[in-house]
Write a protein that binds this ligand. Structure first.
Ligand SMILES: NC(=O)C1=CN([C@@H]2O[C@H](COP(=O)(O)OP(=O)(O)OC[C@H]3O[C@@H](n4cnc5c(N)ncnc54)[C@H](OP(=O)(O)O)[C@@H]3O)[C@@H](O)[C@H]2O)C=CC1
Ligand SMILES: O=C1O[C@H](COP(=O)(O)O)[C@@H](O)[C@H](O)[C@H]1O
Length: 491
């Protein structure tokens, strides 16, 4: 049954920025179109640009045209949505400018106030303090924090401490937009609703797991931000480790936010620390050079606009992670993520162990493994690779690998697959934290990544080159080959 959602004042700090205009405003429009925003919800955009609400509505209307398919842009719905938008000029670090916000907010003490920080994390402390000091917080307020929170464990603790001075953990929603993706959600259903998988999901039956998050894009004009982060902080510390947690965690007692988060934290705590000696065997760090993507020449990372010749930043990381617990002892989790790879592809591949005894033709032994492929993007779906007898009268017992496919866009033809931000914003409106990252998760993820990055710093080696449009440095393939494995798309 559809829920009736509470009416809220949704306040976006950084409303003129890339994230707000490309993701948040379109997501809020979709929620409004589906009548999932409370009826008299208002969206208040904040930035320091001098403009008024009609100017802001015009900018948001242009963003909707740019980022939403024409078929989904019903004119009446767009007009209705735009009436919900207001704008206030606020300089986020300047307390005196918050009076404008205070007078714009609905004065009722019960009305939900959602403060979305779409700004650099360095401002989260100041915004939290200024919101409190200007009396903009009521009894029903919460804050949404974008990633990355900090640069390492120390700086992330600083930011989290600053926010925690003014907000309780139950009021803080830390975004990892991968948790809002349909298939990531479905991982929980797949694992915990299907007895078939429930009983097989461990080291007795699974030989190894791959988690690939490949991007075709390069730095897209974000060199300044990206060069300080690198692929490890930008993608591994958050998205890849969250995917690993959801794949590896034990069944939660129920679907409540804290039960799920407790199980995820246990996985992070059980990750085997990567020592300096393991850096050569368990980690590959790469950086793209010029190459071809989809038939077009593209520059290397060091030739991108704004590049600093002293940069030592990686655009590719591959890690053989291990989880020291009963369920996963001896099962490698191969993580791989990079920019300027041949395709945009995010998928988790579970490789099941072969049968203990093989009775078919020896030349077919290499086929004899089941694989479960959970694809997050581009075509969200699940595919189970199984072995069948090849059809025919005279072929003998030849095996053929075939896929049982569940393609979400075909199976759920009538329903649009919503963007991650729609789901996440809806959960914030509903006051449900289960798709958000708790502070201890962030801390344990940083702890594991920090020690690895510390080795990189000490080694001071340049990342291995790979041509744009390739699957990363050869060493990333060799890392699996040494274990008798290979990345799924190489098979
Ligand atoms: N863009 C994306 O796809 C993603 C972004 N994020 C995170 O979201 C956050 C926002 O990113 P993004 O939208 O790309 O950044 P942008 O730089 O595009 O937007 C930031 C916005 O904040 C405003 N702003 C910054 N400082 C102040 C200030 N002191 N007072 C008033 N306004 C200020 C900027 O205004 P002005 O132009 O005047 O400086 C701008 O409107 C970051 O934390 C980022 O890491 C996370 C995942 C993806
Ligand atoms: O958080 C980030 O994610 C995007 C990739 O997100 P996706 O949903 O398109 O897979 C990445 O490009 C960006 O660098 C990173 O900050």
């Amino acid at each position: 049954m559809a829920m009736v959602n509470r009416s809220s004042d949704i306040v976006i700090f950084g409303a003129m920025g890339d994230l707000a205009q490309r993701k948040l405003i379109p997501a809020l429009f979709q929620l409004d179109s589906a009548e999932l925003l409370g009826q008299d919800t208002r969206i208040i955009g904040l930035a320091r640009v001098t403009q008024d609400s009609p100017d802001f509505r015009k900018i948001c209307s242009d963003s909707l045209s740019k980022h939403i398919k024409p078929a989904e842009l019903d004119t009446d719905k767009v007009s209705r949505f735009l009436t919900k938008l207001e704008y206030a000029i606020v300089s986020f670090a300047d307390l005196s400018s918050y009076q404008t916000l205070k007078s714009t907010l609905d004065s009722s003490a019960e009305r939900a106030r959602i403060f979305y920080y779409a700004t650099p994390a360095s401002l989260y402390g100041a915004i939290s303090r200024n919101l409190t000091k200007s009396d903009c917080i009521n009894t029903n307020s919460c804050v949404v924090l974008e990633k990355p929170i900090g640069h390492n464990l120390r700086s992330s603790n600083e930011v989290n401490d600053q926010v925690a001075e003014y907000f309780d953990e139950s009021q803080i929603y830390r975004i990892d937009h991968y948790l809002g993706k349909e298939t990531v959600q479905n991982l929980i259903a797949l694992r915990f609703a299907n007895p078939l998988f429930g009983s097989q999901w461990n080291q007795s039956h699974i030989s190894h797991v791959e988690i690939t998050v490949a991007e075709k894009v390069g730095i897209e004009g974000r060199w300044g931000y990206f060069d300080k982060a690198g692929q490890m902080r930008d993608m591994v510390q958050n998205h890849l480790l969250q995917l690993l947690c959801l794949t590896a965690m034990d069944p939660p007692d129920d679907l409540s936010a804290d039960m799920i988060r407790n199980e995820k934290v246990k996985v992070l705590k059980a990750l085997r620390p990567i020592t300096a000696a393991m850096c050569n065997t368990h980690v590959v760090r790469g950086r793209y050079t010029k190459g071809m993507v989809e038939g077009n020449p593209v520059p290397g990372y060091m030739e991108e606009e704004g590049a600093n010749p002293d940069s030592n930043t990686e655009t590719f990381v591959s890690i053989k992670a291990e989880i020291n617990n009963w369920r996963w002892a001896g099962v490698p989790f191969y993580l791989r993520t990079g920019k300027r790879l041949p395709e945009k592809l995010s998928q988790i591949t579970i490789h099941f162990k072969p049968q203990p005894h093989f009775i078919f033709d020896e030349s077919q032994r290499h086929l004899a493994q089941n694989k479960l492929i959970i694809r997050l993007q581009p075509e969200e779906g699940i595919s189970l690779q199984i072995l069948n007898k090849d059809h025919g009268l005279n072929q003998g017992m030849r095996l053929r690998s075939e896929a049982l496919n569940l393609n979400f866009s075909q199976s759920f033809e009538k329903s649009r697959v919503p963007d991650a931000y729609e789901r996440l914003l809806l959960k914030v409106i509903q006051g449900n934290q289960y798709l958000f990252v708790r502070r201890d998760e962030v801390e344990h993820a940083w702890l594991w990544c920090d020690q690895l990055m510390e080795h990189w710093k000490n080694e001071n080696k340049a990342p291995l080159p790979y041509a744009a449009g390739s699957w990363g440095p050869k060493a990333a393939d060799l890392m699996l080959i040494k274990d008798g494995n290979c990345w799924y798309e190489d098979q």
